[in-house]
Design a protein around this ligand. Structure first.
Ligand SMILES: Cc1cc2nc3c(=O)[nH]c(=O)nc-3n(C[C@H](O)[C@H](O)[C@H](O)COP(=O)(O)OP(=O)(O)OC[C@H]3O[C@@H](n4cnc5c(N)ncnc54)[C@H](O)[C@@H]3O)c2cc1C
Length: 384
């Protein structure tokens, strides 16, 4: 079987989120996106809707069942309203899946408030000297009585400026590559932790920044999973976040194209609506086709994950191509709007800037293509 259909409850949930995104998120997206204030109010609304606990344990307020397809659907639908707010279920899904390997007291401290949308926890992997080559990281974790002492610098970290804690990846001194990398929950108010804001061309409210760790003590029970297994653990979870981020970009692009369709119907030039011109209608047809194709790559990857089948290559396809397809579709929608597409008072230019982040964040296109090619060379095919 090579396809899937959405369950009726998926469709029902998506419809209610679609209405929420149009009513609560879209009207203020542009203003929120132009500010560096973190949108906790919108996050709490997502918490109330149950979106932030998809796949996380019921005892902490989550939905219980792991459902990557639902997580992707929620992300896609919310992105039509606000690209930045829509990244929350993916980021919390990624963080939450790491917390499942934590000490019980640490889970109780963070999971309920994350799922309610009251707090954020960052993922701090990238360093000034290692991004794509993440296993070359140099931050150290030295064992001491009762815990570890961390030293190093993390950069380009989403939520660095608003997180209560970060999942920090650090290596035991003397180890190399992925061996010896462990993951630690580091409260951001620990002595020796400082965060500095980095401004991007978009995603301003997400509090992108660097984190400096200067002799930071982390107690034993803040180790995530097994010592020395941190790198392998986070890599396996990127397989769902990548396809879900593809859908995030596509949700924003579809909304932009819908706006362009409406504009093309309303706007007249040379005595006829824009829809009468093939130069416009073919543009819409082509981008509609590409969005649809990209969408099904993402859902297929999530469905393969949900059904326990190999999906790493599909997830990488869902990460390199959909953001590109989405960016191009948003640009087409901007051009169809003429000067209004470029105007700061409309959301199109904002979506373009926010979506562009995902050409790089969570692994660049080149790295995804390396993963796909590796699978093709190893297995001969990415199909089942
Ligand atoms: C908006 C945003 C949010 C982010 N959020 C986080 C976060 O929350 N946590 C976190 O840890 N990181 C985060 N990052 C960092 C992100 O994961 C890295 O930027 C990314 O992995 C690339 O690493 P780099 O920037 O060091 O580029 P490099 O690894 O130096 O790559 C530079 C260029 O070379 C290419 N390249 C590198 N190696 C190869 C190769 N072998 N073959 C072909 N091409 C290659 C890359 O594709 C890229 O084009 C974020 C980045 C952005 C932009």
């Amino acid at each position: 079987m090579v396809s899937f259909a959405f369950e009726p409850e998926h469709v029902e949930f998506a419809e209610s989120l679609k209405a929420f995104a149009a009513r609560e998120l879209l009207p203020n997206y542009r203003d929120r996106a132009a500010s560096t204030d973190f949108p906790f109010e919108a996050f709490k609304q997502l918490g109330d809707l149950g979106v932030l606990g998809i796949g996380l344990p019921e005892e902490f307020g989550g939905t219980g069942d792991d459902d990557p397809v639902l997580l992707g659907l929620a992300t896609e639908v919310l992105a039509a309203g606000d690209v930045n707010v829509a990244s929350a279920p993916v980021q919390i899904g990624l963080v939450g899946s790491q917390f499942l390997h934590c000490d019980r007291a640490v889970q109780e401290r963070y999971l309920p408030s994350l799922i309610r949308g009251e707090e954020t926890v960052a993922i701090a992997l990238t360093e000034p000297g290692s991004g794509s080559d993440a296993s070359a990281l140099r931050t150290t974790a030295t064992k001491v009585d009762g815990g570890w002492v961390l030293n190093g610098e993390k950069t380009a970290i989403t939520w660095a400026m608003n997180a209560s804690a970060s999942l920090v990846y650090a290596r035991t001194p003397g180890t190399s590559r992925s061996t010896g990398i462990s993951c630690f929950v580091v409260p951001m108010d620990s002595t020796g932790v400082t965060a500095h804001h980095m401004l991007g061309m978009g995603c301003l409210p997400l509090g992108w920044g660097s984190i400096h760790l200067d002799d930071v003590f982390v107690p034993d029970d803040h180790l995530v999973g097994e010592e020395g297994r941190g790198f392998h653990s986070v890599m396996s979870h990127f397989d769902f976040s990548r396809a879900a981020l593809g859908l995030l970009c596509l949700g924003a692009a579809q909304r932009s194209l819908d706006e362009a369709v409406q504009y093309a119907k309303d706007r007249e030039t040379f005595g006829k609506p824009l829809t009468e011109y093939q130069g416009i209608s073919f543009l819409i047809a082509e981008h509609t086709t590409l969005l649809e194709a990209a969408r099904w790559i993402c859902y297929r990857a999530l469905w393969l994950r949900a059904t326990g089948q190999p999906h790493t290559a599909l997830a990488s396809m869902g990460k390199w191509w959909p953001p590109l397809v989405a960016k191009d579709a948003i640009e087409a929608a901007m051009r169809i709007h003429g000067n209004l597409g470029y105007a700061a008072e409309f959301p199109l230019q904002q979506r373009y800037r926010d979506v562009t982040a995902y050409l790089i964040a969570d692994g660049t296109s080149e790295i995804q293509k390396r993963i796909i090619a590796g699978d093709v060379f190893r297995r001969g095919t990415v199909n089942l």
